[in-house]
Write a protein that binds this ligand. Structure first.
Ligand SMILES: Cc1cc2nc3c(=O)[nH]c(=O)nc-3n(C[C@H](O)[C@H](O)[C@H](O)COP(=O)(O)OP(=O)(O)OC[C@H]3O[C@@H](n4cnc5c(N)ncnc54)[C@H](O)[C@@H]3O)c2cc1C
Length: 425
């Protein structure tokens, strides 16, 4: 890493609150033990603590260490593969209910920000941009699908209309959503943690779970302690590794990388994205970008199925950004970082019960900023005895990824396929 690039992510450098949490020492009992302090785990903890359950959250590193503190901050609509695979698996009526719950996920963010006074720069407006003229018909289909689902507030933009909003010539049009947007992901996560703590949840940091039991009296052990509970919630997502054998193989970790430029000044930042929307292209391997509240360009993309982080991340990512904005070729990159997105084979999130006491949800496939909060809430509902909404999602079937030595090479091959598909689209 060049010395000029901060070892911190931009989000860590601008985290607006440090929630204090201790490490676990000794034996503790709880109603619910939650593994992972990202959106999934903290959302479940907040709901359960508010309902009077004694919750303990065990986080291997620090709150928001995983994807929740590293992501692009884009608050997306629906599910990563669109409605088609949900229609096929659940039938139209339940797939529509699933979409409505994904809408609820966005409202939940808004409600929690208001209820718990979370300062995280939530901004509405999202542009899905196309890189080839013939893809405009896909945008029209996309807009028609949204209309059919009763999801309003979307506008199709021609190339020239889009060029008034974004100072780039690379796109041929866009679909603008008024009810998707962006936020500061780590500050949102820290705000959730503070709210969960205030409601009575206990969060332990530097408390990596090294052994779990998912039986009738589940427990989780760390190096220095043990939590015994009535229920266990597994919310480690891509970072859980192979701690829980039945979950390993249901998701695949994919590396994604982000850079933050130096502050560009308000006028220059506004010239790049006039109305401060979140922006993404419609490729399978997407670029996603937006302005930060201090007028930097936050530009993310790439995907590494090998999970190996490229050397000199800033210079690895810069060409992605300058392909869209050549005028940024000389700007300084202050921060570069990466993290793991958990994808499922069909890109629909995966949730269920491993045993009657142990719940899990993961694999939001790049759309977890909104969806992880919802799935955390649904697990809390199920533990409280209202499992109907959770069970709708638990019905979705997922093909496991191959295990063993073939796991990574097969995904690297799959990645090549999608790169070629994006180039030919
Ligand atoms: C670079 C990047 C960009 C992304 N961009 C977007 C985006 O723009 N929009 C969007 O919607 N989604 C995006 N995502 C995905 C989104 O961030 C995730 O879907 C979401 O944060 C998942 O939340 P989570 O709580 O399930 O998992 P995480 O936030 O990953 O949290 C899991 C936590 O569990 C902890 N943990 C794991 N194992 C253990 C253990 N054994 N003991 C104790 N703790 C453990 C980890 O340390 C971690 O903190 C992106 C992800 C990345 C990495």
């Amino acid at each position: 890493m060049p010395a000029s690039i901060s070892a911190q992510s931009y989000y860590q450098a601008t985290a607006n609150r440090k929630v204090t949490a201790e490490s676990l020492h000794g034996d503790v009992s709880a109603d619910v033990c939650i593994i992972g302090a990202g959106y999934t785990g903290l959302s479940a903890a907040l709901e359960l603590a508010q309902a009077g359950f004694k919750c303990v959250v065990l986080e291997a590193h620090t709150i928001g260490f995983g994807a929740s503190g590293r992501n692009g901050g884009q608050v997306c609509t629906g599910f990563s593969p669109g409605q088609g695979p949900l229609d096929a698996q659940l039938g139209k009526a339940d797939a529509k209910r699933a979409f409505d719950m994904a809408e609820e996920a966005k409202h939940l963010i808004e409600e929690r920000i208001a209820a718990h006074k979370i300062s995280c720069d939530l901004t509405w407006g999202y542009l899905h941009c196309i890189l080839k003229p013939h893809l405009y018909k896909h945008l029209e289909e996309y807009a028609a699908d949204f209309d059919a689902l009763g999801y309003a507030g979307n506008t199709l933009l021609s190339k020239s209309e889009l060029e008034e909003k974004l100072d780039t010539k690379v796109y041929y049009g866009a679909l603008r959503e008024s009810r998707a947007g962006h936020l500061h992901p780590l500050n949102y996560c820290l705000g959730l943690a503070a709210a969960a703590k205030k409601a009575g949840a206990v969060i332990y940091e530097n408390a990596e779970v090294t052994e779990i039991d998912t039986g009738a009296k589940p427990f989780a052990k760390t190096a220095n302690g043990k939590v015994t509970a009535k229920f266990m919630v597994l919310a480690g997502n891509a970072y859980l590794g192979n701690l829980v054998k039945p979950l390993y193989g249901r998701i695949m970790p994919v590396g994604s990388y982000i850079i933050a430029t130096e502050p560009l000044g308000e006028n220059r930042a506004k010239s790049l994205i006039r109305d401060n929307e979140a922006v993404a292209n419609t490729n399978f391997i997407i670029d996603y970008f937006r302005r930060s509240s201090d007028n930097r360009m936050i530009f993310g993309g790439r995907a590494s199925y090998s999970t190996l982080e490229p050397g000199n991340l800033a210079e690895y990512m810069r060409p992605r950004m300058t392909a869209v904005y050549p005028q940024l070729k000389d700007v300084k990159i202050d921060y570069a970082w990466g993290g793991f997105i958990a994808i499922t084979s069909n890109r629909i999130p995966d949730c269920g019960r491993l045993t009657p006491t142990t719940y899990y949800a993961h694999g939001y496939s790049g759309q977890g900023v909104a969806l992880a909060g919802l799935y955390g809430k649904l697990m809390a509902e199920a533990i409280r005895g209202q499992a109907e909404r959770f069970d709708l999602f638990a019905r979705v079937k997922h093909l496991p990824f191959p295990g063993g030595g073939l796991r990574t090479p097969m995904l690297v091959a799959a990645m090549m396929y999608y790169r070629i598909r994006d180039a030919l689209a």
